[in-house]
Design a binder for this molecule. Structure first.
Ligand SMILES: [Mg+2]
Length: 374
């Protein structure tokens, strides 16, 4: 049975983080985003999250809200199946992956609730558990060591270290981490486009002795050829994140030999199904996948977790942002069993409940009667 959406509500959240989160090109102490509720004919609700990112997705809270209203206009009152919706989203609006992802996750939530199965099961997946890393933003070396020890004491065995400011200090930080932690912990680094090709080569050569799992997005996002060149010059695997949003980008990266690993985010891809397409292209090309997140609530993280449930090619997992929020409007969803071990929900749909009391209602869009803007 297809799903027919009769009403769309858009909410906003602003949630303080437990501490400042800094990467090479930005810093934040708050997560702000939008939650979308799709109401089906039977009165059931499906939930999705759009987390805009101006410098990665080109979206802001304002543009994402408009994109959601535009997409609401396309789907209201229509009977749709998931693949039809996927095509509609991908062909009727360029970019805006965060808004598309929000609509698709809410739709799949509804569609799978009707089928009485969790999203990953509904779509044929079988993987129920995974281990996430914990990300440490850019901080001083003593603060980084303190955070790393804190997480390792709590059982985390994979750390993602944000770098990309000064390459020499970045290398020094990794050296200090290895000295403090030994080699029993996996370390990956993410430069978030912060290095030039020469800086990246210099840093990579020095990092080779510290057993780094991978270097993520060392160069600016448009430098696919330069990433391919860097890959040939260092033995550390190179991962692309900001360079690859959709399946088409993944195909181009694979063609140019620009990546050992492609980091999928459903906010970049525009949903779980487009993310799944990236896993298929990557796997066929012998490229591994990572899955990552923005600074999202447990709603977006849970949707990404359902994608993990669909593919064994997703070998590196970075689904940790909900663990850094002071509060979360989402109940249920992907569980954290400790030490980075996470388990997919067993309830039908995404398996989340949203506490709307803690959100601000921005707009209600209905098939008839237009829109009540609040
Ligand atoms: Mg990244």
């Amino acid at each position: 049975m297809p799903v027919r959406v009769e009403k769309v509500r858009i909410y906003r959240y602003d949630i303080p983080l437990k501490g400042e989160f800094r990467i090479s090109f930005s810093s934040t102490v708050t997560s702000s985003g939008l939650i979308v509720e799709l109401v089906g004919e039977n009165g059931e609700s499906g939930w999705g999250e759009a987390n805009p990112a101006a410098r990665i997705l080109g979206s802001t809270l304002g543009t994402s809200k408009e994109a959601l209203r535009h997409l609401a206009g396309l789907i209201l009152g229509r009977e749709l199946e998931p693949l039809e919706l996927h095509r509609l989203l991908q062909t009727s609006l360029l970019g805006n992956g965060d808004a598309k992802a929000a609509v698709e996750m809410a739709f799949l939530d509804l569609w799978c609730k009707e089928r009485g199965q969790p999203v990953y099961r509904c779509l044929g997946g079988a993987r129920e558990e995974f281990v996430t890393d914990m990300t440490i933003g850019i901080k001083s070396i003593p603060e980084t060591l303190e955070d790393a020890r804190y997480y390792v004491e709590r059982g985390f065995r994979e750390l993602k270290i944000k770098v990309g400011e000064d390459p020499d200090r970045d290398v020094e930080k990794i050296r200090a981490l290895r000295e403090a932690l030994g080699y029993g912990v996996f370390i990956r680094v993410d430069a978030n486009q912060g290095w030039s090709p020469k800086q990246a080569l210099r840093a990579a050569r020095k990092l080779e002795r510290y057993e780094i799992q991978l270097i993520e997005q060392p160069l600016p996002h448009w430098m696919l050829r330069e990433h391919a060149e860097l890959r040939r010059q260092t033995e550390i695997p190179i991962a692309l994140d900001e360079s690859v949003h959709t399946a088409r980008d993944a195909l181009e990266a694979v063609r140019l030999g620009a990546a050992d690993v492609i980091n999928i985010k459903i906010t970049k891809a525009g949903g779980i199904l487009e993310g799944f397409s990236i896993t298929r292209i990557s796997e066929a090309a012998g490229v591994a996948n990572m899955i990552g997140c923005m600074v999202e609530t447990r709603l977006g993280i849970t949707a990404a977790a359902h994608l993990v449930g669909l593919s064994e090619n997703i070998r590196y997992i970075d689904l940790d942002s909900d663990l850094s929020l002071q509060w979360d409007p989402v109940r249920g969803g992907v569980e954290h069993l400790g030490g980075g071990r996470r388990r997919l929900p067993r309830e039908p749909g995404l398996g989340v409940r949203v506490d709307v009391e803690r959100l601000k209602l921005l707009a209600t869009v209905e098939e008839r009667g237009g829109e009540a803007a609040l």
